[in-house]
Design a binder for this molecule. Sequence first.
Ligand SMILES: [Fe+2]
Length: 396
Amino acid sequence: MAIELTPLPLPASADPSKFVDFGREVIGVNPGDLTPEQFAEIYEALYKHSALLFRNVTLTPEQQYALTKAFDPEAESYGHGNNKTQSTNESILHPDLKTIPRVPQVQLIGNGIVTNHEGLATAALKHPSHKTFHKTVVSEEDESKGYTRFYRWHIDAALYDYNPPRVTTLYGITVPKGDSQTVRYDDGTGDELRVPLGTTAFISGKTIFEILPPELKSLAVRTSVRYAPHPYVWMSRARAMPTGLGIENEGLELPVEELPEWEQSKVETLPMLWKNPVTKGLHFQVHPCGAQELIVKALPEGASRQGALYPDGAHIKDLGQIRALLYKMQRPAIAPSLVYPHDWREKDLVLFHNRGVFHTVVGAFKPDQVRAFHQCNLAASDVPVGPTEEDVAKWA
Ligand SMILES: [Fe+2]
């Protein structure tokens, strides 16, 4: 039977014209047991459509690891290094991840008490809450009315020492039922988005780039981002914006001498735009929380200087300036009409192009709402490729 790809069902909030290529359900194939020919089709589809959904899947941790690794056969360790998040206690990712002992590249994530699970006697899981991360929080009264927030818009990436994973696989094993919730942006826009309980929300990095005005496209194609050493430790005392998109600029980052030991050679400097290896499109992929410096190249010869930002290039180190600029570039793309909130069913497997999308945990569960998911991504064997000379000539 041939592999069939059908568009994902979009919520009424979404603008279908912005999701023409984004997201497909894959029918007629077992993702745990693909032939090389079938995998080649899935590989193409993932890079073309950014997120693939398989329903009613039975998948062992070994199969999930094998599927994830097929996208990057030379990759070995989990995206943050195996057991790395456990040993770095200060990291803000520490409480969210439990490793499957048999397959340490696969993490158990979710909410509530899970027992006898793949070699884990008991795992106490906690769905990340905006209340432990944002500077301001939704009041308990509003929370009881179903209001919530995006937790943290991100790319799965250590952003230090390990290359950003190409693909993340998320497998929903136990999915609690419950009322939908309303994400409030709380940034003065009045934006709200109705979402299924415990959704994972996605936006396209390609859309982020496409909807930028020309002067910001020119800036994006010329800019690289330098991330802080041990970014998740660096930001551990800082608090996030109410949209979950970046950090409030309050000077709460750890000073360099308080960070765990680090080496300059492991600090990552990545292009702002990452080139899709199949479509050759450009995806705006900046993790706003960890960005510490922006390095802007001068306009190429012959480019118009009219209205150009930093026409002679710049090395921006002021966090306030960096964050304001990134927010201006990324905020339009989390508008309610541009968000795909996945409505999880048990046995859903979602694969997403981690170098082409952003995603976030959303909402809040009660302690007795048990959720168990397996997540896998692998620190990539290569660094993301930035814009080509032709791209710079076209957009700068
Ligand atoms: Fe993630």
